[in-house]
Design a protein around this ligand. Sequence first.
Ligand code: F6P
Length: 557
Amino acid sequence: MIWDNLQQHADTLRGRHLADLFADDPLRFHSLHRQVGPLLFDFSKQRLTTETLALLAEFADARDLRGWIDRLFAGEKVNGTENRAAMHWALRARAEGHIPEPVAGLFGEVADQLQRMERIVNKLHAGQWRGVTGEVITDVVNIGVGGSDLGPLMVSRALEDYQVSTAQPLNLHFVSSMDGSQLSHLLRMLRPQNTLFIISSKSFTTVDTLYNANTARSWLRDALGRDPAVVDCHFLGVSASDTKMAEWGIHEDNRLRFWEWVGGRFSVWSAIGLPVALSIGMGAFRDFLAGGHFMDTHFRNAAWLDNVPVLMALTGLWNTNLLGISAQAILPYDARLKYLPSYLEQLEMESNGKSVTRDGEPVDYSTSPVIWGEVGPNAQHAFYQLLHQGTQVVTCDFVVPAMRYHETDRAQVTGTLSGQHELALANCLAQSRLLALGEAALPQREQMPFYKRYKGNQPSSTLMLDELTPFGLGALLAAYEHKVFTQAVLWQINPFDQWGVELGKKIALETLSLIHSREDSDDISEQMLATRSAALRDSMDGSTVGLLDFIKQQRRG
Ligand code: F6P
């Protein structure tokens, strides 16, 4: 019934252009934006009305959103297929009021790990962390992939303005790609004596990370010898598996832990955020956590139509399932947020790229749209042509801080630099306006040939932070996390597993055995491997066999 009402309502709105919606209601912005703490969420350029919102809120009730939020924050096992809770929010929580078990017991563990992290950060900042030769560590390389890379990479780059000045300045580097090219490029520039590696992996079994870690260890041993102290002095580990870190050789004092109840893509708030803390210091890292906690509190308490993450989710559901829009672009108008699109691609698509309900039934509706993005000003010169004149409807998230330089800073920044933020802001507002209104955005309309025309009606939301601070960024990321959770509730799927990535990992390892095999070898074990490989190869499709043959030909020269 509610869904029928939504569909009928969508039928009436479908033919209405955003330009008409704005012309009909001069107060549209007032009724279709919300401000919570540092974040303003403007969704007045979405193709909906206040009536739409009322219907969507009813749908949220029908899907028991309140019950699911309560279960999430009670530490219930909301991740059914892995039989786990999802308590990333507990990493940034403050022990306030009555906290039920099992959550209460976790606060102590979380605080312990934060303290261990703080000791490590302080030691490195003070220049007291020495390599095996006694030289001070100057370069820190985070080796991880997915959530063990994108979170710390994105946040530390976004908050570069907050870098702390310390006795020992540290250069931070990130390596994720399994092909080794990032690592080899970096190793050419670094000195083993001054380099510390952080091996970040929730599972500590991800081959991408372990191959890079093994290469880093060989590089250190080749230069500094095989004494166990080399690994002790030059490696830290962050993982949910203490045992696996120990097996790999990470010294007990150098192991930071987090927990199975923190999903990889939700883990930047844990010790996975160590590179962030190394960059901005523990004080600012705690501000980042406080921003996340602020949004948790808002999400738990605000009524649906005042609740920013819920409104983000409802808007997304409206676009995907009622208007049939299957693409979403993330467009930050601040290059410090360069990695935000990749981060949100993982957060949204790995969470909600699902086609089976929590009860194991196939869904007969769309779930996560395809999400991609780029720093907005650069994207203007790349794919905005499609947004303005292509045939696809794309909903956009414009993300931008209102202010970059305070009056006091302005005097200190070079020449026209302070004005450049204003230029980006102007472009952000102009582009979202043109996308929404099309030619109606022009003061005077002239007859234009078709190839110059702008049809508009591309929906967008603008997420404007007061400033890009640790607190504000924490609030923004937590808002996206809760948007994802809310959409999963509405779609009746589990956002916290990722079974779809498992089979690909397995067959990649089998394929590796084919690439390694040496059919011409005299060695018996090599021949056995080759025989097994032949059976595997026989089970392959023609394309893969053809490509494998080409690789072999090239290797033989
Ligand atoms: O393969 C997907 C995934 O499991 C992500 O969910 C995760 O962020 C990434 O791999 C890295 O996993 P780990 O931290 O266990 O190395």
